[in-house]
Design a protein around this ligand. Structure first.
Ligand code: PBG
Length: 324
């Protein structure tokens, strides 16, 4: 059927028709809010690279977690800013580390909010890499034990799910094993499976003080030019025991998201990263775009491409917009 018999505009003529034929619906259920937790008390310091986001001490973190829960957001993901760093990222896996304390407190005050923890070493190592260093390279196998210990310490603190973001080979299997051996077989793993070496992480690295002090992350994070390799990464992580796999960043990699969705039958998360958020906030501030409309269009596009859930600094704003 072609024009004039078929007229696509017939089903666009008013809001009710558009609602009836809408293919993708963004819901607050899809949102995961990333939060940055820091030591001290009564700290709520704005993060200049991420307008609207804060460094929160545990007391303020609990308040924000409550607000998120009351808005209907099902989960937060925690990033810790430790007091001390060393070559082995010791503060990442100590029992009373910043994330471990934060998890305990949030789970005791807002028990029904899912608390996910980012498992990585880069905020905790003095060199800023996601694993430990041998000579001048990031050593894969010696990093695995430290990452597994980090995940275990998060589970012991009460985390509902762990999310390894380091991109070392074999870490999902290592984490699955240590969790299972310690009576945490019920804790799922959300793996940053297809994580690209992206310049869109810039504002996050400022926020988390996690930029590498030498070199870059190209030897472990993926080359932005590769798509087939992303499918291999996802396949490996599923084989090692990942329960949810992630594509990151989101917007510049919607093609990857769509391919992963087509080829794998597993829940998929997408990370709408710091640079994607900061660009919208900056253009909004300049008066060049309608920030809220761009936010909703962005999140809808990520959902449409295949994400079952979206990690996004927009989570609170989007939940408010969806409620209105
Ligand atoms: C830690 C980590 C990073 C992000 C999430 N976990 C930074 C990086 O890999 O350098 C980026 C998140 C964002 O940009 O919003 N490895």
């Amino acid at each position: 059927m072609n024009f004039p018999e078929y007229r696509p505009r017939r089903l666009r003529q008013n809001a009710a028709f558009r609602r009836m034929v809408r293919e993708t619906t963004l819901s607050t259920d899809d949102l995961i809010l990333p939060l940055f937790v820091i030591g001290g008390k009564k700290v709520k310091t704005p993060i200049s690279s991420l307008p609207g986001q804060f460094h929160l001490s545990v007391d303020h973190l609990v308040k924000t977690a409550k607000d998120a829960f009351n808005l209907g957001i099902p989960a937060i993901i925690l990033f810790g800013i430790p007091d001390k760093k060393d070559p082995l990222g010791t503060t990442a896996y100590e029992n009373n580390g910043i994330v471990q304390r934060a998890v305990k407190e949030v789970k005791s005050k807002v028990p029904d909010l899912l608390v996910i923890t980012d498992v990585c070493l880069c905020q905790y190592t003095d060199h800023g890499h996601c694993g430990c260093i041998e000579g001048n390279r990031v050593d894969n196998d010696s990093s695995l034990e430290l990452l597994a210990q980090t995940a275990l310490s998060h589970a012991k603190a009460g985390a509902d799910m762990v999310a390894p973001s380091d991109m070392m080979d074999g870490r999902v299997g290592e984490i699955r094993t240590i969790l299972d051996e310690n009576a945490f077989s019920h804790i799922p793993i959300m793996s940053y499976a297809a994580k690209y070496c992206s310049a869109f992480y810039g504002p996050f690295r400022e926020a988390a003080d996690s930029a590498p002090k030498f070199g870059d992350r190209k030897t472990y994070q993926m080359d932005p030019a590769n798509a087939a390799e992303a499918l291999r990464e996802v396949e490996l992580d599923i084989a090692e025991g990942a329960d949810i796999i992630m594509v990151k960043p989101a917007l510049p990699y919607l093609d990857i998201l769509a391919r992963v969705k087509r080829e794998f039958n597993i829940p998929i998360a997408a990370y709408n990263v710091s640079g994607e958020y900061a660009m919208v906030k900056a253009a909004e501030k300049m008066g060049w775009i309608n920030g809220e409309a761009v936010m909703m269009e962005t999140l809808t596009s990520i959902k449409r491409a295949g994400a079952d859930m979206i990690l996004t600094y927009f989570a609170m704003d989007a939940a408010r917009a969806l409620r209105a």
